[in-house]
Write a protein of this length. Sequence first.
Length: 578
Amino acid sequence: MHNFEIAWAFRELATLLEVKGENSFKVVAYRKGAEVLEGMDRPVAAMSQEEILSVPGLGKALVANILELETTGRLEVLQHLRKEIPKGVVQALALPGVGTKVAHKLMTHLKIKTLQDLKEAAQAKRIRTIPGLGPKVEVNIQRGIARLEEQAGLILLAEARGVAGRLVDFLYKLPVRRAEVAGEVRRGEEMVEQLELVVDPGVTDWKEMAEVLGKHPLLVGDMLSQEVEGQWVLLAQLRSGIKLIVYVLGEAEFIPAWLYHTGNAGHWGRLVELAEKKGLSLGPRHFTGNGFEPADGDDHCEAAVYSALGLPYIAPELRDNQGEIEAGLKGQLPGLIRQVDLKGDLHLHSKWSDGVNTIEELVEAARKRGYEYIAITDHSRSLAIARGLPIEKLKEQKQRIAGLNQTLQGFRVFAGIEMDILGDGRLDYPDEILEELDLVIGSIHSGFRQEGEKLTNRILGAIQNPHVDIVAHPTGRVLGRRDPYGVDIRAILEAAAKYDTVLEINSSPDRLDLKAEYCRQAKESGVKLAINTDAHEAGAMADAELGIIIARKGWLEAKDVINTMSAKELEEYLRNKL
């Protein structure tokens, strides 16, 4: 048994013990033991009991468990806990706001056994009666369950990328020669139905790889294998509810297979057509003919295939058969924006409204990301639920930021606001207040059910105001939970181009708003965009990576995005807009 298989068992055991309310020292010991096992180079299966006991962090109780797993392939205490703790309680741990302590309370106070039991308890407002919980936890649980129901068979790109990364990292530990992500995740689809991996096991027996992978905690049920036209394919179900497909390949097959399983059918079909015209043979697992010989090192690179077909390398995000082949043949593919091009984040919330961090903490986090600037854009006064800033508080914050800027070297904080576009179309602050700020974002946070024309006119009114620089999350969608507003996106793009107003690509994992299609239309209309995170805590600035993916999928270059400008260039750009 591999070390990481034992570590998985220890982590699950720690979680179930914590849900049950067992001794915290025991819980910590199992988690520490899992970390130790995952960090060991030598397999415990090759060690004597005395040698295992000498490893720091593996005490007698854990060593006894290790030996039991090595001998029997199972852990009796874990089997007992799996039966004792209802499945619905374990599933609840995936809901927002539900950790092991909350799960323990749900199990002991409400006798929850299934997610349906939990849903009914939330609807009956019984969760808020549990000591230490309350309406907020109850609402979060209801929303989480609704999201699971609505997104059945689909998960957010951010979640899929996280799962894919963990599985690829794990496969390299087996080890395998090469493992890569393909399909919807690699193309950057905003919602993912299945996770596809292409794997060259190398010297590792693929059947052993399948057996161990099938036990991974991210998977449920059995790992199935089937032979399709001489290739082995592994199939499993992920705990997130989507399918996992693993294509098992040899070294020579890897690149054409990776290419085949990344682009959509239309993109692949065009590549096959080009290959035939050049006397080449391109298939899902081969690329041969007409004297094709990849240069040294190119046998591990898709660029060699594209080059042989007379094309520049086409980024995975563009492989949707949306004109990328034609653009490539004409030498007109865009030089897509990269993460390194971003110089700052222009939509951040601090403790002054509903954020977690101080402005100083946000500055520190941004500097660690290599940024030159940020904009503090807390909520405006009408959004009371988010502790929106009254005018006097906004002025106080602006003064604080001015003082902070005097102390910073090589970094700039822009004083801004995320201002509500009110239900009647008015803006939340008068013009004389807005003109004092460095940056103004206009957003809709209420009246979502209004007619599309009225919603459109609210946004158009903000665009036409000379003090509004950016319109945030322009279509208002929340992936899997709320459809976009019924707005006229064409009218919004035309107005944004006319009044030089920037539209936001909101990088929050459940927004990704604007979507890629509209980003491309914005570029074609001459509209500038901003890739922002709308972060309410410093760590969420990392979500900018998702915004970059959507921007790339929308054919955007660095020049199309205002926060690729330097601080000085951006300051001048904002000043000239007025």
